[in-house]
Design a protein around this ligand. Structure first.
Ligand code: DAH
Length: 358
């Protein structure tokens, strides 16, 4: 091939490159010119047949053409890529002024909602939220709460024990939220006014028991608190929570190792017609356990029981949620069934406050 022919080939290839309308077409051109069997590659391979005295000059001329074509392909490729990105950006533009999709997919679980509601009511009364770990020492979960080893109350708790440590001590999955009473009293000085929502664990599983469930604990300690405050606080709480202004309530004597005196609180209900309605009626429903903090418990935490006294209470969150929202089966709480969640769950932006409504 003569020098003029080489120039013609270069011009032809450059024109094709300039006309390539997309990256695929450009790549096909690259293969046809510079690929293993491309036109320029073929000419390079043919150099061996060229007379020795012309080979060098010919090789240089070929290299010039090859570089020109390769450079043109690279430039064209960059231009095409930039154009493709620009087109995509125009195509995928998002209109930020459009309203959000009306249908939010997530729902708040009834347990979360119930905890939020309870916290809203108690915080309005001046309580603070406290928390503690799920794995507890035997001391915090039992001994400090006036449940010494061999105390019969331990049997009732169906405790999950962790493997014994070398020193013979063993930790437990907390069987109630009451150990957070101990942690708080060891941690801060009275006056104390806390509520403790959280998970609790017992080795018990049937239609009305789950090995993991939730409680909310309350503790008030100061120098003037008496049983009247306990009653007033809990009656007020139940009225706000169930949304029944004239909710009847009664306190029955009971027994808990960590309170003295101890009581269980019942609220009025009606079972007429097979259903269950919270409010005035012929029946009573047990709702929580409570009492005046046992002086031994105060002393176990280094609080002078001749100067300070207080009250405490504990209630089951699932049970309260079932009563308030008419959820018939405990086990469904933990099944993560989306249909159940859509039915019993709550809108995420509907945050409970006492002022705004529960
Ligand atoms: N801890 C008790 C339980 O799990 C509930 C309870 C009863 C808590 C009386 C209290 C209380 O603080 O005063 O069954």
């Amino acid at each position: 091939m003569t020098t003029e022919n080489l120039d013609a080939l270069r011009d032809e290839l450059l024109a094709e490159v300039a006309a390539a309308s997309d990256l695929d077409a450009l790549d096909a051109l690259r293969v046809a010119a510079l690929g293993r069997q491309g036109r320029i590659t073929d000419l390079m391979k043919g150099l061996g047949q060229v007379a020795a005295e012309q080979r060098r000059e010919r090789g240089q001329a070929l290299n010039v053409v090859k570089d020109a074509v390769a450079g043109a392909i690279a430039a064209r490729q960059e231009a095409l890529e930039t154009a493709a990105l620009d087109a995509r950006l125009v195509d995928e533009r998002i209109d930020m002024t459009l309203p959000p999709r009306p249908q939010t997919a997530g729902r708040i679980h009834p347990i979360s909602q119930t905890i939020d509601e309870m916290v809203a009511i108690f915080c309005e009364m001046g309580f603070q939220v406290a928390e503690g770990p799920h794995i507890e020492t035997d001391f915090n979960n039992f001994t400090a709460l006036n449940i010494p080893p061999e105390h019969p109350a331990r049997q009732e708790h169906d405790t999950f024990y962790l493997p014994e440590k070398e020193d013979g001590s063993r930790r437990v999955l907390r069987t109630h939220t009451s150990p957070v009473q101990i942690r708080t009293m060891l941690d801060m000085k009275p006056p104390i006014r806390i509520i403790v929502p959280g998970r609790t664990f017992r080795a018990d599983y049937d239609a009305t028991h789950s090995p993991m469930f939730h409680q909310i604990e309350g503790l008030v300690v100061d120098e003037t608190t008496h049983m009247g405050h306990l009653k007033g606080c809990l009656i007020e709480f139940c009225r706000a929570f169930f949304g029944v202004d004239e909710l009847p309530a009664r306190f029955r004597p009971s027994y808990f190792p960590f309170t003295e005196p101890s009581a269980e609180m019942d609220i009025g209900c009606s079972r007429e017609g097979g259903g269950l309605t919270i409010g005035a009626g012929a029946d009573w429903l047990e709702i929580l356990g409570c009492g005046m903090v046992h002086p031994k418990v105060l002393e176990n935490c280094g609080i002078d029981s001749s100067r300070y006294q207080g009250y405490a209470f504990g209630l089951g969150i699932e049970r309260a949620a079932m009563l308030k929202y008419g959820i018939p089966d405990l086990r469904t709480f933990y099944e993560s069934d989306l249909r159940w969640l859509r039915h019993y769950g709550f809108a995420p932006l509907d945050i409970p406050t006492v002022a705004g409504g529960l």
